[in-house]
Design a protein around this ligand. Structure first.
Ligand code: CO
Length: 184
């Protein structure tokens, strides 16, 4: 099942999502649907709040970026109840986009190295470190679970310049190539 993407202006995207346990109903189906929704929308990452569910899951498939960045090849997995327990390394800038902010890209500064603990789709525990773009995509998706969007991390002046575009998205005028919705 393909979900519409919940876009900027939806209070749901600003909520802190809740942890789930392995008895969460139809978890495997939900994860499959999240991958499917992300693929048809040409996304690299998708968090549950972006399909209207305030729970701590996101999926990533870096295959689409692999041509430009070979480190993303084969980076496809689901993260449940993730916790970034360390963010270190030099801060670096990368141009980010987000399915919930159609047609907007901006440079965002983040730390280059993370250590994260999470459960996979079989509720197996993992403790891993990531660098570069892999870390970047995880940091972006973890932000969604805290109600944070990448435009919160850009300079105030740059955000001001985006005001018109952001207001349009919040009014349903987003020109996205995929189905979107605003959840009040
Ligand atoms: Co996003």
């Amino acid at each position: 099942m393909i979900y519409p993407i919940v876009v900027y202006g939806s209070p749901l995207l600003r909520k802190v999502s809740k942890e789930i346990d392995k008895d969460y109903p139809k978890l495997n189906k939900l994860i499959d649907d999240m991958f499917e929704t992300m693929h048809v929308s040409d996304g690299v990452g998708l968090s549950a709040p972006q399909i209207g569910k305030s729970i701590r899951i996101f999926v990533i498939d870096g295959t689409a970026l692999a041509e430009d960045d070979p480190s993303m090849e084969g980076f496809k997995r689901a993260f449940i109840n993730p916790k970034i327990i360390e963010e270190t390394g030099d801060t670096w800038t990368f141009s980010e986009g987000c399915l919930s902010l159609p047609n907007i890209r901006e440079d965002v500064d983040r730390s280059g190295h993370i250590r994260i603990q999470y459960y996979d789709e079989h509720f197996k525990f993992h403790d891993k470190t990531y660098n570069g773009v892999r870390a970047r995509v995880i940091q972006h998706e973890c932000d969604h679970l805290e109600g944070v969007l990448f435009v919160d991390r850009i300079a105030p002046l740059k955000k001001k310049l985006l005001k018109g575009k952001l207001n349009d998205i919040a009014k349903g005028k987003d020109n996205a190539a995929y189905k979107t919705k605003i959840v009040k």
